[in-house]
Design a protein around this ligand. Structure first.
Ligand code: BEZ
Length: 179
């Protein structure tokens, strides 16, 4: 009998996994995945909101023309026990191809909350999403801090994400108007 056991697996982070790295990794590299776009369309009942007042966090939406930039981590399989628990609110693991800046590519996995999961909220305008994020909070803190940390991390990665930056701009406008 032959038995193969993966000693390491590549994981693609496009949301909080870019800036909240509370797991060990063997290697970390900026990467892109094709056919997916990052969107603040997933509800958060357990981190940035509550069951009564969910927050909004990112998921990936299938789009054949899209490319999503994020951070890839090479991890040992045991890391998924921690992350499956951390990201249990509607996300499942999907296989994907990752492309690195040096032209190489590899297979890995990415967490996706597909439309139809219980916590899915779907599309809305940047202003509506920003208003929603401005008032939401949950056990992991203010929803706005998630948005601001993600926007800062994407800027650091050199990812020009019009969706995230548009919502961030709306949020800044609201916070300024409130002072
Ligand atoms: C991520 O940062 O890749 C991620 C986003 C949502 C759920 C799980 C992971």
């Amino acid at each position: 009998m032959t038995e193969t056991t993966a000693t390491s697996i590549w994981l693609f982070g496009y949301g909080s996994l870019i800036y909240k790295v509370d797991f060990p990794f063997l290697e970390r590299r900026r990467a892109r995945i094709h056919g997916w776009v990052r969107r603040f369309w997933q509800g958060s009942h357990d981190h940035r909101g509550t069951p009564e007042a969910p927050g909004r966090v990112v998921t990936l939406i299938a789009d054949p023309d899209a490319v999503c930039t994020g951070m890839a981590y090479r991890v040992t399989p045991d890391v998924f026990a921690h992350l499956d628990h951390r990201e249990k609110n509607g996300y499942t693991r999907e296989a994907s191809e990752f492309f690195f800046d040096d032209g190489s590519h590899t297979q890995g996995v990415v967490y996706v909350a597909n439309p139809g999961n219980e916590a899915y909220l779907g599309p809305a305008g940047d202003d509506e999403i920003a208003r929603h994020i401005a008032r939401a909070r949950g056990p992991s803190g203010e929803n706005r801090d998630y948005l601001l940390a993600l926007a800062a991390a994407l800027r650091e990665l050199g990812s020009d994400d019009a969706h995230v930056f548009g919502i961030e701009r709306e949020l800044h406008g609201m916070l300024q108007a409130a002072t």
